[in-house]
Design a binder for this molecule. Structure first.
Ligand SMILES: C[S@@+](CC[C@H](N)C(=O)[O-])C[C@H]1O[C@@H](n2cnc3c(N)ncnc32)[C@H](O)[C@@H]1O
Length: 284
């Protein structure tokens, strides 16, 4: 029998040795998962002794983590905008950078607004579900080219009881969609250059699906397809396109949008917490 604090300390040292960042937090997440308790419980009950069965279960999760599996894949969930989303190997782990999209839409729309939105490349559905939860009168569609991802997005919409306001459609970007029906178009397309995929950390390569990462030869393949589907709308319409980007592509994407007819003054770039251009938006 060992107590919580000694088990956590030993596991933390293992993870640290293997250069796993946030090792302390990760150990706490895994032990709370095994015990079915909160992280706070572990701190308050640091001297509680655990039986061998629980210790072995915890150690087998630590081993999976050391073998390169992500925390989200091990426990099957990941936090986004303060809520837990179910994830698996078919969807991108929601990233905190993507939360900026939610903040920007909250700056543009009031809580009671009843808009319709489409979340292109919905993956786990973290964006559409969060927006429908933050805006209780809104409704929307999540689309993706991956049926497996759509199944997870549906599970998440059900989990948060917003499935009556959300539907999910299999589509290659806007091919199967009439985009005129939407006030807001959101997308977080894959944007890693194909040639850079092999330089990604193993944890990303082993856990996130390639289809969610591969942005093609210049990282812009998917943006070009989305943008080429969009037609410029008159300025008095309040339609809004908002996409996550990689800073390196910001200039080119800005140009791409102006080339298809968006006015420069209607295009905005937003910085993430590390002052990198992370989101582009434009009004139609
Ligand atoms: C970077 S992930 C974003 C997932 C989720 N929206 C998020 O922000 O966590 C990109 C998503 O686009 C989807 N995707 C890739 N190619 C696509 C295509 N041609 N048409 C529609 N979706 C596509 C992937 O399956 C993946 O779910």
């Amino acid at each position: 029998m060992q107590n919580i604090i000694s088990i956590l300390t030993a596991a933390n040292q293992e993870l640290e040795k293997n250069r796993i960042e946030a090792s302390n937090l990760e150990c706490q997440i895994l032990l709370s998962y095994i015990l079915g308790v909160s992280k706070e419980y572990l701190i308050i009950n640091a001297n509680e002794e655990l039986d061998d069965k629980k210790i072995n279960q915890f150690q087998s999760l630590i081993k999976r983590r050391l073998d390169g599996e992500s925390i989200s894949n091990i426990i099957g969930k990941r936090e986004f905008y303060g809520r837990e989303f179910i994830v698996n190997c078919n969807v991108l782990d929601p990233r905190s950078d993507t939360e900026l999209i939610i903040d920007i839409i909250k700056e543009h729309y009031a809580k009671d607004d009843d808009f319709s939105l489409i979340d292109l490349g919905t993956g786990s559905g973290c964006i559409i579900s969060t927006l429908l939860l933050e805006f209780p009168n809104s409704s929307g569609i999540g689309s993706d080219i991956s049926e497996n991802a759509l199944s997870i997005a549906q599970v998440n919409a059900k989990k948060y009881f917003i499935d009556h306001r959300a539907s999910f459609v299999l589509s290659d970007w806007l091919d199967a969609i009439n985009f005129n029906k939407f006030d807001i178009i959101v997308a977080n397309p894959p944007y890693i250059l194909s040639k850079e995929l092999e330089t990604l950390p193993l944890e990303v390569l082993n856990n996130d699906p390639l289809i969610a990462l591969d942005g093609g030869i210049d990282g812009l393949t998917h943006y070009k397809k989305i943008v080429s589907n969009l037609q410029k709308k008159s300025n008095d319409e309040t339609k809004f396109l908002i996409m996550e980007i990689n800073e390196d592509m910001a200039k080119e994407l800005f140009q791409l949008l102006t080339c298809v007819g968006f006015e420069r003054e209607n295009i905005n770039l937003y910085d993430d917490l590390s002052s990198k251009k992370r989101v582009i938006s434009c009004k139609f």
